[in-house]
Design a protein around this ligand. Structure first.
Ligand code: KG4
Length: 339
């Protein structure tokens, strides 16, 4: 019998639903929320209201594109956390209600685990470019910067993580103070392609072990900018490409050097990247460069599976379904927690 999983994602500002049949993706619908652009960041109350408007049409569209009826579904997987509580509640409540009405199992999914398992999304049956276990995964998003040892689908160990800001958060904040817009990641990426990464130097952290820190870099960026603006009020306009390139290069270097340290210490050559920041061109180039230099086998997800999406929730749900790892209706959403 076919195993058909509907995945639902609503942890932040994207409402998404996806259908996976026997491990192969049939549809992945994402409704992003433009409403936050005017505020320079996600406004939680507006996000949950937009999820409420989007959830039914998005699920409907995902089923329609997959040519699957709700009666054919085997189970419903949903992001239970971590994320914004009001946003999560919409997806969690909808998923529980839908599963209960259909009389099928509900599967709770950890959003961070799902980002890592995005590497196992198959677009076709012969899609085989997947990391071999165990592998290292650099998870870099707006809220997380972690180095994860993936031992199996459901056994992951966080070896290092940021002790303050996440990489994406640092990029977004620096972009905001430059008045470039939100979210900063894609804007910085585009500008960086036209700038000189060696034009400016910003301070790098010296954190022992495998942990990261990005708040020092952010402060160094802000103070430098303040001094430069005193001499030239149009400094940002004149140098935005070089500023973006130098900032991006610093962040990429911080991320890659710690990742390399872990890979070397553990003697692991299977190395993957996941999360929204993995869309970054500089980081992708650095992965290719390290692969050549250190003989790594690298895994970079498709662009559409790097940012928040329900395909990664559905594939995680699929693995949990095979393990009969279901959840009960009383399990609440959670805003913070690790893997
Ligand atoms: O994983 P994600 O979609 O959301 C969560 O954090 O849950 O990641 C969003 C982050 C934002 O900080 C955004 O600026 C960053 O990913 N991002 C990028 C790029 N595209 C998205 N950062 C750098 N370069 C990009 N091309």
């Amino acid at each position: 019998m076919d195993t058909i999983i509907l995945g639902i994602e609503s942890s932040c500002d994207d409402t998404s639903a996806a259908v996976i049949k026997n491990g192969i993706l049939l549809s992945n619908v994402v409704a992003s929320q433009a409403v936050h652009e005017a505020y320079g960041g996600v406004v939680p109350e507006l996000a949950s209201r937009a999820h409420q408007q989007n959830i039914v049409p998005v699920v409907h569209e995902a089923l329609k594109r997959a040519h699957v009826t709700k009666e054919q579904l085997s189970a419903i997987a949903f992001t239970r956390g971590p994320g914004l509580m009001g946003s999560l509640l919409v997806g969690v409540s909808f998923a529980k209600g839908f599963a209960r009405a259909l009389g099928i199992p509900m599967i709770d999914v950890n959003h961070l685990q799902a980002h890592v398992l995005a590497h196992f999304i198959k677009d076709t049956a012969d899609d085989v470019a997947q990391p071999k276990l165990p592998f290292l995964c650099l998870l870099v998003s707006g809220g997380n910067s972690q180095i994860i040892l993936v031992k199996s689908y459901n056994d992951m160990e966080v070896l290092g993580q940021t002790i303050d800001d996440a990489a994406g958060e640092a990029i977004d904040k620096c972009s905001k103070v430059m008045g470039l817009g939100y979210p900063g990641g894609p804007i910085i990426d585009r500008l960086a392609r036209q700038g000189n990464p060696k034009a400016f130097t910003f301070s790098k952290p010296h954190i022992p072990g495998y942990d990261y820190s990005f708040s020092g870099l952010k402060t160094s960026f802000l103070y430098s900018l303040r001094d430069w603006l005193k001499d030239d009020p149009d400094f940002i306009e004149h140098h935005k490409e070089d500023l973006a390139a130098s900032l991006e290069a610093t962040i990429v270097d911080i991320l890659m050097s710690k990742l390399h340290k872990v890979a070397k210490d553990l003697n692991i050559k299977e190395v993957a990247v996941a999360g929204g920041v993995s869309a970054n061109t500089g980081l992708r180039n650095a992965f290719h460069d390290y692969a050549k230099r250190y003989n790594w086998n690298i895994y970079i997800p498709k662009f559409s599976y790097t940012t928040d999406n329900a395909a990664m929730i559905a594939i995680t749900g699929y693995f949990k379904y095979l393990d009969k790892d279901f959840c009960t209706i009383d399990k609440p959403a959670y805003s913070r927690v690790g893997l």
